[in-house]
Structure formats: C-alpha cells, structure tokens
Design a protein around this ligand. Sequence first.
Ligand SMILES: Nc1ncnc2c1ncn2[C@@H]1O[C@H](COP(=O)(O)OP(=O)(O)OP(=O)(O)O)[C@@H](O)[C@H]1O
Length: 265
Amino acid sequence: MTDREIVIRLRGIRNQFGSQVVHDDLDLDVYRGEILGVVGGSGSGKSVLLRTIVGLQTPNEGSVEVLDTDLLSADDDTRQTLENRWGVMFQDGALFSSLTVRENVEVPMRGIKGLDPQIRRDLADLKISMVGLQYSAGDKYPSELSGGMRKRAGLARALALDPDIVFLDEPTAGLDPIGATGFDELIRNLSQSMGLTVFLVTHDLDTLHATCDRIAVLAERKVLVTGTMKDMLEVDHPWVHEYFHGPRARAAASEGSAKADRKGD
Ligand SMILES: Nc1ncnc2c1ncn2[C@@H]1O[C@H](COP(=O)(O)OP(=O)(O)OP(=O)(O)O)[C@@H](O)[C@H]1O
C-alpha cells in the first residue's frame, strides 16, 4: 500500500467554528485511482473536510497537499491550475438554473483560452453522454430534469476538464434505489475507464459496498480509521460497530453478496 501514489495528503488539520472544534489533528491520505468513501455521523465534518480539500474552507491549522501542491501556500495561478485538475459535484448538482445542461457543462471549459465554441459544445455533449444522459438532455434546463438526471448533469460538469480527482458529496442522496444503483455503477465505470480518483462523501451503505475501494470513518474530530469494508467489520468502536453491523448494514451486505453471486452465474 505504501508505494501507491498519494494524490491528497492532509496533515494535522484543525477546523473550528467559534468554540466548536470540528476537526482536530486530522490526517488522511487518498491514493491515485481509488474510490474512497467518507462516512461519519451527521455533523462529524464530512462536508467541511471536502470543502477544506477543495479550498473552500481554510483550516485553522494543518496542511493540505493535492497532486503534490501545497494548497494553502499556493499562489493564485498555481491554485487555478490545480482547481482545473479536480471536479466537484455538490449534493443537489448545484447547476445554474438559467443555463441549459450543455451550457452548465461548458462553464468550466470557458476558462480555456482559444477553445473553439463549437468544440466546447461537442466536448460538453461528450460528457453528457458519458454520464448516461440522452443527447436531448443537453438542451434542457435543470428544472426540466428529474433529481437523478440533475445529479448526472452535475457529474458531467465535474468531469468537464477531464479531472484527476472528483469530489462527490452524497451523490445518491434522494435517489430511488434503482437510480442510486445506476449512479453507483456509473461512478465505478467512470473511475475505471478514466483512472479517476474519487472522494465520495456518503451515508449510503449500498454505495460503500458496491463502489468504494476503501472507507474513511470520521469520528472524534479526526479520521478514526481507514480500510476496506472487511476491515470496517473488525473495528472495535461503538459508532463504527453500530454503523457497519446494524440492520441496514446487514441488508446492504447481503444485497452486495447476492449481486456478486449473480455476476458469477
Ligand atoms: N461555515 C460554517 N460555520 C459554522 N459552522 C459550520 C460551518 N460549516 C459547518 N459547520 C458546522 O460544522 C459541523 C460539521 O458540518 P458538516 O456539514 O461537515 O457535517 P457532515 O458530517 O457533512 O454532516 P451531514 O452528514 O449531516 O451532512 C456542523 O456542526 C456544522 O454546523
């Protein structure tokens, strides 16, 4: 494991809002090409952690290194270059409501000097088809799409610049089980075909089973433990035990193994 390339390296992160300490001396490594699922109780600081890595939240202490660049000391140009190498999909897709899906996907590409508008459109259409949306979805406005389609459109925008890393904040929240399963498969396929590293905040146990290579548990203001799903089952900590051994976890595990059996048939 240690010889794998680290694309995100957090050390000694402290995030505090007033008297509330959300993270204290938090360390985390994310490896190239993996899908890391980040879990933790409500309010444990998963979203704040994501925001810290993408530069939307400046930690009170600690260092954030992404793709070998120290984010906190980087100048504006370096930071911009770095930001072009990752894509972020927030919970509701966070699309601009006044733009069509295609125009939304084109937004990150507008920063590329000299890119022909027609090529930009074509590239946007390519991303739209990559996330499993029909060509015609490109002309629609976000309000004309279902929640699942909006999430796919948000993912298309996150992929606009062929990033090394994508950050997904609860991508399957609010989707019906079939839509959620479809989204899990999409993430898995895209990660494999594009060699993407995926940082995925989720509450969804099915997603953890179906999609994630490794899991990081946020508790007690730090990353308490990282490892595979199998490793999680061995962790002797009340919250971790309850989460991975509770009734929902058992249902997700049996569905995961049933799927594996069906694949093996
Ligand atoms: N900008 C802010 N100002 C003040 N407090 C904040 C801010 N952002 C987050 N917090 C607090 O930090 C804590 C962690 O929030 P965060 O959204 O990261 O939790 P989470 O683990 O993502 O929760 P959930 O699973 O419910 O989405 C919460 O108590 C929240 O109220």
